[in-house]
Design a protein around this ligand. Structure first.
Ligand code: DLL
Length: 434
């Protein structure tokens, strides 16, 4: 039913041939249609016809999030807007999101990719998917939604939040597959158990991603929810969820190599690292029409390995993402940059330029507290002024980040100064220190 499923088991040689022909086509496409890529390739002295082998990939320029910002909103699209049927976006560093687009073929291909992921772990049209990733500009909700429909499964487009309703839907509609961030799954698990609901549920699998999580967390979710929990990776710039997914062996996520080419580079030098070494993941889209990306620097730190997988798939596997090479935080699945907070504060101009983001996880839910220094004078003023300012900052930050935060105004010199790079974040979640 899923035509591209045959690619999952292609012998190495055939897979490389397929990748090369797709790479040549996409490079030609962006060179001819996207001025940014033409300029970047000209600057490196590379023409599309120079791409004769997969090794020539490294001759191509990188694409970064900054390039997306510089070409906001549609400057990197490779088709006229009449052919773009969907837009998604993710948070940028200063309020403006990074924007991606899809043609009808892109949407169909993505749905197929997601359906393939589900089939990899034995899900089928008999399943009932509760999609509790956010719907909207975020790729999570609609990305999984279209994939589950393509599979022929029943879809409950629950979106995130409203926990009580989530539990009701789960019970009444017989949800078998829960799709959400792992931190939300952990929260739901506690609520389910507190309500003694598990015996009434038909849950059998969880598709969790959009933020880093650990093997410990997997064990906890699997035990509490009595399910198989699978890790799904992706990013909007490259397509959304479905770039990589685990097979039933849960030993690394297979990167969908017929859709994407993966490299690992040294984040400092940009040089490709030998296979098996840990570094920054760089992805090139091989099939997308509206928004192809060449050597996109994901900033995600991981490792690739090619040992044969017992499932028989030949696609390379990536380890769980253990960090980022930039300062992006993921809080309840939402991407947050400290610079977003800074720009809100600077725009307001009523505080000192010293702030700190304190991230913690309580009852399995991420919490963000923003500490902001205010002048001595303000502190000696009446309480009302302080409360007013707190409210204003709260409103500014909440509406920019799209998540709720706590704001704490503090006295001058409360936040430690640093002599080098300012330390803007205290992340108490310490996910990977197990
Ligand atoms: O988070 C797409 C997605 C939706 C993936 C639903 C999985 C499930 P963005 O909002 O663009 O897209 O955020 C992408 O999230 O660069 C990683 O840093 C992080 N991320 C995504 N999946 C995982 C994962 C979606 N499984 C950024 N493990 C990426 C660790 C992940 N980090």
């Amino acid at each position: 039913m899923i035509a591209s499923q045959k690619n999952e088991f292609l012998p190495e040689k055939e897979l490389r041939e397929l990748q090369l022909s797709r790479l040549q086509a996409v490079v030609k496409r962006v060179y001819e249609r996207v001025p940014f890529y033409r300029q970047a390739m000209d600057a490196k002295g590379v023409k599309p016809e120079d791409i004769k082998s997969l090794d020539d990939l490294r001759r191509l320029p990188f694409t970064t999030k900054q390039d997306l910002r510089d070409n906001y909103p549609f400057g990197l699209f490779a088709v006229p807007m009449q052919e773009v049927v969907r837009i998604h976006a993710s948070s940028g560093t200063t309020g403006k999101p990074t924007v991606v687009g899809y043609t009808a073929n892109d949407i169909a291909g993505w749905a197929e990719l997601m359906a393939r992921c589900f089939m990899m772990v034995g899900l089928s049209k008999d399943d009932i998917f509760q999609i509790s990733y956010g719907y909207g500009l975020f790729t999570g909700g609609l990305g999984l939604h279209y994939g589950a429909e393509r599979l022929g499964a029943t879809v409950i487009p629950a979106s995130g939040g409203n926990t009580r309703r989530q539990l009701m839907l789960m019970e009444d509609f017989g949800t078998t597959v829960l799709c959400c961030t792992p931190s939300y799954a952990a929260y739901l698990a506690d609520e389910i158990n507190a309500a003694g609901l598990r015996p009434k549920l038909k849950l059998r699998a969880g598709i969790f991603g959009a933020e880093p999580w650990t093997e410990n967390m997997r064990r906890e979710l699997e035990n509490k929810l009595e399910i198989d929990a699978f890790d799904i990776y992706g990013l909007s710039e490259v397509i959304g969820p479905g770039v990589a997914f685990e097979c039933i062996h849960k030993n690394g996520m297979h990167i969908m190599e017929d859709y994407f080419l993966a490299e690992i580079i040294d984040p400092e030098t940009g040089e490709p690292l030998p296979e098996g070494e840990k570094g920054e993941l760089v992805l090139t889209s091989l099939t997308k029409e509206a928004f192809p990306v060449i050597r996109y620097r994901t900033r995600d730190i991981t490792r690739l390995h090619r040992e044969p997988c017992p499932c028989g798939r030949t696609f390379v596997r990536m380890e769980k993402v253990t960090g980022r090479s930039d300062d992006m935080l993921i809080i309840r699945g939402v991407n947050v940059f400290p610079s977003q907070v800074e720009s809100v504060l600077l725009e307001m101009g009523e505080t000192e330029p010293h702030y700190l983001l304190v991230v913690d996880r309580k009852n399995n839910l991420d919490e963000l507290e923003v500490w902001v220094e205010v002048s001595e004078k303000l502190f000696s003023d009446e309480v009302k002024r302080i409360e007013e300012l707190e409210r204003k900052i709260h409103h500014g930050i909440t509406s920019t980040l799209g998540i709720n935060v706590k704001v704490k105004l503090v006295e001058p010199r409360t936040i430690p100064r640093s002599e080098g790079k300012a330390k803007r974040v205290v992340d108490k979640r310490e996910l990977f220190k197990e």
